[in-house]
Design a protein around this ligand. Structure first.
Ligand code: PEP
Length: 253
């Protein structure tokens, strides 16, 4: 079975102490994750080592960075490279979150460089794609997402590409409380898998974990994750509340 992932995206929230307590509270619930299930905590850069040491005794609990820079190294004050993350043994990194595309003007071309650098450093990228509201209203979400995948991912070989986790996140559902229905999520995930199949063949496409993101909550996770092509979620707001994220972890297939 392909990996089922509950990924927490803390964004720029919580103090160090609050983050530590949140992880403690989640770990205290003692949720044992079978081998195909992963819990991933994408924490702010200064908390990576704390989070890594919190989860290191746990099976299938991992830490992620929320971003890395698209260049290898050099005079880029304030940026963090994939090589630096690798030197801290960070196994996952979110790439191309819509907030970074919007506020930091990240392009599909930049994200393709980030994917390369993550893979070069054995970091599993969680690659975000998804359409804004006007595109959804115009009914052109398929073409929009297809282009994001083509321009950032499709230069990779099948062996490289299948290391990538995809997160489909309709922008109109992120942080808005407006979740895609499970039918909308399944339709889009099946479409994403079909594009992956046309590029890499159906067998490889079947190996991709495709997460849904956009107002995943404790009370809708089970229905969303039950969809055949939804392999877990990338969770913002609800990942900041231990009891909610625990329920979301339990909802994994
Ligand atoms: C996200 O951070 O990627 C996200 C989907 O946020 P939220 O769950 O708050 O909508």
């Amino acid at each position: 079975m392909r990996k089922q992932i509950a990924a927490a995206n803390w964004k720029m929230n919580l103090t160090f102490q609050q983050g530590e307590k949140l992880l403690d509270d989640i770990l205290r619930a003692d949720i044992r994750l079978k081998s195909h299930r992963h819990a991933v905590f994408a924490v702010p850069f200064p908390y990576l080592l704390m989070a890594r040491s919190e989860v290191e005794e746990e099976t299938n609990y991992y830490v992620a960075a929320q971003n890395c820079y698209h260049k290898k190294n050099g005079a880029f004050t304030g940026e963090v490279s994939a090589e630096m993350l690798h030197s801290l043994a960070i196994p996952y990194c979110i790439i191309g979150h819509s907030e970074r595309r919007e506020h930091f003007h990240e392009t599909n071309a930049m994200l393709s460089e980030k994917l390369d650098l993550c893979l070069e450093h054995f970091i599993t990228p969680i690659f975000c794609c998804g359409e804004p509201l006007p595109i959804r209203e115009a009914g052109t979400q398929n073409q929009f997402v297809e282009l994001q995948l083509k321009e950032s991912l499709f230069h990779l070989s099948a062996d490289q590409a299948k290391m990538v986790v995809i997160a489909y996140e309709p922008i109109w559902a992120i942080g808005t409380g407006k979740t895609a229905t499970s039918a909308q999520a399944q339709e889009m995930h099946a479409f994403v898998r079909s594009i992956l199949a046309s590029q890499y063949g159906p067998e490889v496409a079947g190996e991709f974990s495709i997460l849904y993101g956009g107002s995943v909550k404790a009370n809708n996770a089970t229905e969303l994750f039950a969809c055949p092509d939804v392999d877990g979620g990338l969770v913002g707001g609800a990942s900041l509340v231990a009891t909610d994220f625990i329920e979301i972890m339990k909802a994994l297939k």
